[in-house]
Write a protein that binds this ligand. Structure first.
Ligand SMILES: N[C@@H](CCC(=O)N[C@@H](CS)C(=O)NCC(=O)O)C(=O)O
Ligand code: FES
Length: 104
């Protein structure tokens, strides 16, 4: 496994909910990332943020890892969920709340 794949895998293994984004959750630097932050916050989720603008390898690597061409990207329980459009749909349908409910 390449170094960047391994780093991404560690991040998603170590954090139940992860948002790969532009900027940080306290200072998003793109409207799409900001929308993802707002949706996760509205759902009451604790989440880790990874600023891809600080790390070009992760910015490129996460696209290949997820087979998804854009940022933001959300992972929940080690699984790729989607970008901000998908988050919005899943918020509306109630699926997001369901995914965020801990299963034990
Ligand atoms: N429709 C996308 C919008 C995200 C998007 O278009 N992201 C672009 C602009 S921020 C992107 O990541 N481009 C590649 C890059 O900047 O590395 C979503 O649902 O999240
Ligand atoms: S940084 Fe320009 S659309 Fe996201």
């Amino acid at each position: 496994m390449s170094d960047v794949r391994q780093r991404i895998q560690e991040i998603i293994d170590q954090n139940r909910v992860v948002l790969f984004m532009k900027g940080t959750k306290s200072f998003p630097q793109c409207g799409f990332s900001q929308r993802a932050v707002q949706i996760l916050k509205a759902a009451g989720a604790e989440f880790a943020d990874v600023n891809v603008l600080k790390d070009p390898d992760i910015r490129q690597g996460i696209k290949e890892f997820s087979n998804w061409p854009t940022i933001p990207q959300v992972y929940i329980d080690g699984k790729f969920v989607g970008g901000s459009d998908i988050l919005l749909e899943m918020q509306a349908s109630g699926e997001l709340a369901q995914l965020l409910t801990p299963k034990n």
